[in-house]
Design a protein around this ligand. Sequence first.
Ligand code: PMP
Length: 384
Amino acid sequence: MDVYLDYQSSKPVDPRVIEAMQPYFYTTFGNPSSLHSSGDKATRVLDQCRHTLADFIHAQPDEIIFTSGATESNNLSLIGYAMRNKNKGNHILISEIEHISIHNIAKYLEKNGFTVTKIPVDQYGRVGLRKIEERITEKTILISIGYANNEIGTVQPIAEIGKLCKGKGIAFHTDAVAAEGLLPLDVEKDNIDLLTLSSNDIYGPKGVGVLYGAKGFRMTPIIIGGGQENGLRSGTENIPGIVGMAKAAEIIQKEMAEEVKRFQGYRDRLIENILKTIPRSHLNGHPTERLPNNAHFRFDGIEGESLLLSLKDKGIAASTGSACSSKTLEPSHTLIALGLLHEEAHGSLEFTCGRFNRDNDIDAVLKALPEVVERLRKLSPLYK
Ligand code: PMP
């Protein structure tokens, strides 16, 4: 089995989650829209799950909309909110380092009469409040800034952005996928109006997600049909998946504090040792305002892709950035937004740890990586 340090791209489903889902495939398989007792059972469990997920982010159960995942939640929040509120204005702000789904939704909205402004970030990937404020116009209706970045792990000043949006009467959406299960989420305290969650990012099954939509923040549905989820997301509810996501949230709420401490230990060992033992290695992202499980580096003179393949040969799974954009040859838009040159962005490597890592996984990386970097540099015409 590989040493798996790519938890940002995909997580295994926790066996306790699989066990909780099991009865909902065969024994309790009813459709919540049916009026018989099997349907009633499904309605009851759906209700419980809604309460659990509301609790997870300090929301109310009727503010939870179940979706097929983070991409759909991002689509519903941005497109749904923009379309429903276009009479108020047609300007939207996002940051330059949003996930590709947000960037592509923004392009779609631009083709449909909206103007999107991208807020630049500093060299560590932080969005400054002044930079947001300077770009707000009287037509701005929505600001979407990811809670934390899925590549470099930089965490944004979410409470301050929430306060700013509230003061200006602008809706605030945050994609919290990279942060969920690693940082406590509180939509009420942080004045978040719309928030995206994904089940797999808390060790639940893929294909399930949530959009939290605060009461009063109305949206136009993007999936039309039987009117489920208060008319905002039609289609028969994925009960086993939703049960899995709720169980995953319940587990992580209990275990997060202990788990995060463990991840921080792994992350800090990786960062300290790699920067010390490998010459001309650099940390990407913020030195302190970063996710507890993220260590993202660049190494002068070599390509992240060659590093990744050499580590793969040694049974270590890492990443060069977002799996969602790994099929393009373009350097990561996030790394370019930090001000890195193309060759620097191409020399990057990301480790993200998770629930099933142990100390010896970190030992394996610290043993293998210096040798691999040295060997590749000897072969590299770029390394002087
Ligand atoms: N947002 C972020 C920050 C992500 O990292 C991802 C990918 N895990 C997504 C959205 C899209 O998630 P999905 O592919 O599950 O819809």
